[in-house]
Design a protein around this ligand. Structure first.
Ligand code: SF4
Length: 332
């Protein structure tokens, strides 16, 4: 009698292949909190941009598989020139990074200098290497406040590219800034009406919002912070609570897996039930396997990485003491 072979589940196959390739390549898999849960599950390290940038410098693996978007993998390469950095889908971009092209920023900085403005450029990590190379400081949502406080008072601050994070930083630090007119498509399209409806429906809920959200969303939040800060915030509640979460919807997977006693509800976008980043969504388990099999797409070293590296190291890895200034301010 013929035996019926049960086909293996394709998901299990792909995950096994990835685990095998990881050993063969001496690779580490880093995944951003905005990746699908199944990708975060197979990653060695998950985190926000700041944590992943720092972890990338600590790994002894010779290959970094970066499950995130292009500027993140590029940052990992800048901080690890000797390592091979693979990005599952090279088209995984970022609307925020795209909103500040380096040539446009350079012309704007020049115009400010011609007008006698004494400034330093503080750049959100969601930007290209070329933009980072034009910057004095690089910040993430996790360390932005601290870095802003380090910019000497005699300098104006040109903050790029996220106008909403910039305006939030103005509120919390009291420093006026020149804000670039960029934004993230995901955080910009939350629906205030739906948030207010959800607040009525869950009257005991707490709203947590990312500082990339516009001010009219932040106004209704009980807590504003980046993704690491959100995890820390919910961990402080011993009793189960409902949280309305205003950031990329995959963050709910991370919150749920770290603190499952709570319930997390996505704040809907204007045109959708939840907000997912289309760029992050380009990465799939199959693409992770394929990039490891083929050794491509790989992030290649480029000339402007060196200057970007100096700004990154100064800001993220070895921040100087509060009173000191960056060694080579660009913006005055
Ligand atoms: S969520 Fe927004 S800022 Fe993050 S990668 Fe997507 S478009 Fe860029």
């Amino acid at each position: 009698m013929a035996t019926i072979q049960t086909p293996a589940h394709p998901y299990v196959d792909v995950v096994e292949e990835i685990q095998q390739l990881k050993k063969e390549l001496d690779a580490v898999i880093l995944a951003h909190y905005y990746q699908e849960g199944e990708i975060q599950e197979i990653a060695d390290i998950t985190g926000d941009s700041l944590k992943l940038a720092r972890e990338a410098t600590k790994t002894s693996a010779s290959t970094i598989v970066f499950c995130g978007v292009h500027f993140m993998a590029e940052t990992a390469k800048i901080l690890n020139p000797e390592k091979r950095v693979l990005l599952p889908d090279v088209q995984a971009g970022c609307s925020l990074a795209d909103s500040c092209p380096a040539d446009k920023l350079s012309r704007y900085q020049e115009m400010l200098r011609i007008n006698g403005r004494k400034f330093q450029t503080v750049t959100y990590i969601n930007s290209t290497a070329a933009v980072k190379s034009l910057s004095d400081w690089i910040v993430t949502s996790g360390n932005a406040e601290e870095i802003i406080r380090r910019v000497p008072e005699e300098y104006e601050i040109l903050f790029v590219p996220d106008q909403h994070l910039g305006s939030y930083l103005e509120e919390v630090t009291g420093r006026k800034m020149i804000l670039w007119n960029g934004s993230c498509i995901v955080h910009e399209i939350f629906s205030i009406q739906d948030l207010l409806k959800a607040k009525k429906q869950y009257p005991d809920s707490l709203t947590i919002a990312h500082p990339e959200c516009p001010a009219n969303m932040r106004e209704h939040a009980d807590f504003i912070g980046g993704t690491e800060a959100m995890i820390k915030y919910v961990s402080g509640f011993a009793e189960p609570r409902d949280f309305l979460v205003a950031t990329e919807a995959n963050m709910l997977w991370q919150l749920q897996s770290k603190h499952p006693r709570h319930r997390y509800l996505p704040v809907p976008g204007i045109a959708c039930a939840c907000n997912k980043c289309p760029h992050m969504a380009r990465n799939t388990l199959e693409k992770i396997r394929d990039c490891m099999k083929n050794g491509t797409p790989e992030i290649a070293w480029e000339a402007d990485f060196l200057k970007a590296r100096a700004a990154l190291e100064r800001s993220l890895l070895n921040p100087p003491p509060v009173a000191s200034q960056p060694p080579h301010p660009q913006g005055d």
